[in-house]
Design a binder for this molecule. Structure first.
Ligand code: NAP
Length: 352
């Protein structure tokens, strides 16, 4: 019988690609979603994408309205006694959620993570591995964001604490660090049977799992590319305010599967970081490779892209631990994202 995997936040950009990988490898997935409506819509989308090949007994959706509420995951582990692996991807990654930063960011990120771990300890001693989608937000030192000589590795920790948070960006950024820290503290302080892996993605780009999801407002990271497709063609300033590194969503999904399947990966932080990026570089890639956008989007300051400094990273340990890996390039991340948007978002129909 195929192994059972719990994936929290099954409607998410990253989770959907993970579920796609798991289905192709014949795992049985218990996915969590926040409402009956979301459950039905998601199952319809899988049916439409896979047709006859979709076996609904391989993807069972359960409702967890709010991961941050006490005991949020207990019922699931009581109901399914044979969950072997847990992939906890759910966490708020959006801005404009509300002024109560504790309630909107910290509690779901930190308490959501702890609720999964507590439920496993109390009800699921059979779980062998837990993979938590953390973030480079748990790694990055914002004071070094312009310093390419400061090298972030799997050992680096974001030095900010929750008391330093005074806006939504920092609320997301620090909630991820606090949540990951809480997970490592939990396994230090409790008797657990499972191994923990945390995945530390940088900005994630690349296509949506369902083409229809490419229309309208995208998730926070994918929207960065869509926003550049709406930039002002007369804008020649250097686009240097969003920068660091990016990885394709399809690679991020694969690293979650490596974390489950590679037995020597045990209590590790894994950083799948592909390439340096900044918004100017994305504009340059679009303008160089898709001439149909010339005159419709900003050129920015093409020549000075090379002068944009951003923090350094070295993830060679992570790559070595998975046995070597060739990441999808930034150019491909951008072109696959843009091509899908053009084809499936009618707002961009004139570029088809
Ligand atoms: P996403 O598309 O917004 O997915 C987030 C998922 O979490 C959704 O399924 C969402 O449900 C669920 N969720 C959020 N708050 C919840 C709550 N209180 N209770 C229950 N479910 C909740 O984001 P993503 O880009 O896939 O991100 C997935 C993970 O990767 C997150 O942990 C994020 O921090 C991490 N990450 C993302 C990036 C990136 O660039 N995208 C980079 C580094 C790390 P609804 O859809 O119903 O709201």
């Amino acid at each position: 019988m195929s192994s059972k995997v719990l994936v929290s936040g099954a409607t998410g950009y990253v989770a959907l690609w993970i579920i796609g990988e798991l289905l192709s490898k014949n795992y049985t997935i218990i996915g969590t979603v926040r409402s009956e409506d979301k459950k039905n819509q998601l199952l319809q989308k899988f049916n439409a994408k896979y047709g006859d090949k979709f076996n609904s007994s391989n993807l069972i959706l359960e409702i967890v309205k709010d991961i941050g509420k006490s005991n949020a995951f207990d019922e699931i582990f009581i109901k399914y006694k044979d969950i072997k692996y847990v992939l906890h991807t759910a966490s708020p990654f959006a801005y404009g959620l509300g002024d109560d930063l504790n309630k909107e960011y910290l509690e779901p990120a930190r308490d959501g993570t702890l609720n999964v771990l507590k439920a496993i300890v109390n009800h699921a001693p059979q779980v062998e591995k837990v993979v938590i989608t953390s973030s480079q937000a748990a790694v990055l030192n914002l004071d070094k964001l312009n310093d390419s000589k400061f090298i972030h590795t799997e050992k680096t920790w974001n030095p900010l604490e929750w008391k330093d948070v005074n806006n939504e960006f920092l609320a997301y950024f620090v909630s991820k660090k606090v949540a990951e820290r809480a997970a490592w503290d939990f396994i230090r302080d409790n008797q657990v049977n499972f191994k923990l892996i945390t995945i530390l993605p940088p900005y994630i780009f690349g296509p949506q799992f369902f083409d229809s999801d490419a229309s309208g407002k995208l998730g926070t990271s994918a929207q960065i590319i869509k926003d550049l497709l709406k930039s002002d063609p007369n804008d020649y300033h250097l686009f240097d305010d969003i920068k660091y590194a990016s990885t394709d969503v399809r690679d991020i999904a694969k690293f979650h599967i490596f974390a489950l399947e590679i037995s020597k990966l045990s209590n590790e932080r894994i950083a799948p970081v592909a390439e340096r990026f900044n918004q100017q570089l994305i504009l340059n890639i679009i303008n160089d490779n898709l001439p149909k956008f010339n005159g419709y989007i900003a050129k920015g300051d093409y020549q000075h892209e090379k002068d944009i400094e951003s923090a350094g990273f070295d993830v060679s340990k992570s790559v070595e631990l998975v046995g070597g890996y060739k990441f999808i390039s930034l150019k491909q991340q951008v072109l696959d994202s843009v091509n899908q948007i053009v084809e499936f978002d009618d707002e961009f129909a004139k570029f088809r």
